[in-house]
Ligand binder design. Structure first.
Ligand SMILES: NC(=O)c1ccc[n+]([C@@H]2O[C@H](COP(=O)([O-])OP(=O)(O)OC[C@H]3O[C@@H](n4cnc5c(N)ncnc54)[C@H](O)[C@@H]3O)[C@@H](O)[C@H]2O)c1
Ligand SMILES: O=C(O)[C@H](O)CO
Length: 388
């Protein structure tokens, strides 16, 4: 489109022009901006993914900050246009920011925000749901019922995997990976093996304490192990969940490929709620085809919104459209954090000291702290941090 036509404007006389490239859930984020002298323009175009040209037209000649989406390509073209328009702030409405070229943002002096924490539990719950759905063949069984194929209980009908006492593997035991691990350990009494560049001390302490609790109650205690290599996790785990860092670089791109799939158990479950390109999807389809008892739960895909040929036909794959953070509370909270990131930078507020603790910004009954909740390039831009 030459110029976006559908724009919803809030507080037209506001001093700072803030654009949201999509309508976002809730209205708190709009009020927080308009209360602080922002004119908020929301692009309401029906098109799902805006192109760079679309966003350039939105930015125009005067724009202080933009709230964008993970589907958009934020590189030098957009950041330099934002800079020319007088802008200093951009925030993804997402914790992951692999759609953002950080070098370009730094070069143009644009602060880049993300939305950690608020989506941790929601995303972990979806990863747990996919683990169960895949292990217990829920989607396959549902389709079978709806097709009218059920003609009575059978000993072999949709036999799946028991989770209790099995080993859950987590690759990337950060916020989401640790929350997922706790759900699987507490809920299904699974043992843990994880791989991360850093030690997940709190998670280890939790598993130790829970194991002691189970033992004191006469139950089999759960255990944990920090793996020396990712291969150890793949080899030992019955259910593996990937919950890695946002940056897709040579350490995370196609991390799960033919060779690594081959070392997994034949009846393992693999869940990906991180980013699609972490898994070599063509190799995965081949592996699913050759190993019908191997199952996968996918929220993300290598070439979203598309799936690689063959994946849709695989009965041993459960696929959902990137909905891991899709609970009402979380999505409204993500919108709030993204808006406050942009607002904080525009107003010259300091950066919040701990992006793992963003609760004070999410309490609807109080005024949020005068800070930008999470700016990922604060250090590079020399922005001050504050504990308020
Ligand atoms: N599917 C979704 O809707 C959805 C929702 C939220 C987050 N995500 C994705 O999940 C990611 C994780 O989010 P988070 O809040 O848990 O982030 P986080 O930073 O708390 O955790 C990421 C963990 O990965 C580890 N890590 C990074 N590179 C690694 C490597 N090469 N090998 C092993 N471990 C590595 C980090 O040390 C860290 O502990 C996000 O960046 C995003 O891409 C997806
Ligand atoms: O990175 C993220 O936040 C997700 O992919 C969307 O919630």
């Amino acid at each position: 489109m030459a110029k976006p036509i559908s724009i919803e404007v809030w507080n037209p006389s506001g001093r700072y022009r803030v654009i949201s490239t999509k309508p976002m859930p809730g209205t708190r984020w709009i009020k927080l901006l308009t209360d602080q002298d922002c004119r908020v323009e929301i692009c309401t175009e029906k098109k799902t993914i805006l192109s760079v040209e679309d966003i350039l037209a939105l930015i125009g000649t005067k724009c202080d900050g933009v709230i964008g989406q993970l589907t958009e390509d934020w590189g030098d073209v957009l950041f330099s246009a934002l800079k020319r328009a007088g802008g200093t702030a951009f925030s993804n409405m997402a914790v992951g920011y692999n759609n953002v070229n950080m070098d370009a943002a730094n070069k143009n002096g644009i602060a880049v925000g993300n939305t950690p924490g608020v989506l941790t539990e929601t995303t972990a719950e979806l990863a747990a749901s996919l683990s169960l759905a895949a292990a217990r063949r829920i989607v396959e069984a549902d389709q079978f019922m709806r097709a009218g194929l059920y003609d009575g209980w059978l000993p072999h009908l949709f036999v799946g995997n028991l989770l209790k006492g099995q080993t859950v593997g987590v690759i990337g035991a950060g916020r989401i990976g640790s929350a997922y691990a706790r759900m699987m350990i507490e809920g299904f009494k699974m043992n843990l093996i994880y791989y991360d560049l850093y030690q997940a001390t709190r998670l280890e302490k939790f598993v130790t304490a829970y194991g002691q609790f189970l033992k004191a109650n006469g139950e089999q205690p759960v255990t944990w192990k920090r793996a020396a290599t990712m291969e150890d996790v793949l080899r030992e785990a019955d259910v593996v969940s990937i919950s890695l860092h946002p940056i897709l670089d040579k350490t995370t791109y196609h991390l799960i490929n033919k060779e690594r799939l081959a070392i997994m158990k034949k009846e393992a479950v693999l869940v990906n709620c991180s980013r699609g390109p972490v898994v070599h999807e063509v190799d995965l389809v081949e592996h699913l085809r050759a190993n019908p008892m191997f199952r996968v739960g996918l929220d993300v895909f290598e070439d979203e919104p598309y799936m690689k040929p063959g994946l849709a036909e695989m009965k041993n794959a459960v696929v959902v459209p990137h909905i891991a953070s899709a609970s009402k509370w979380t999505r409204e909270g993500m919108a709030t954090l993204a808006a406050l990131n942009v607002l904080g930078k525009i107003k010259g507020y300091p950066i919040w000291h701990n992006p793992n603790q963003v609760e004070p910004f999410l309490d609807e009954n109080s005024v949020p702290p005068p800070a930008a909740p999470s700016i990922v390039n604060a250090k590079q831009l020399g922005l001050p941090t504050a504990k308020l």
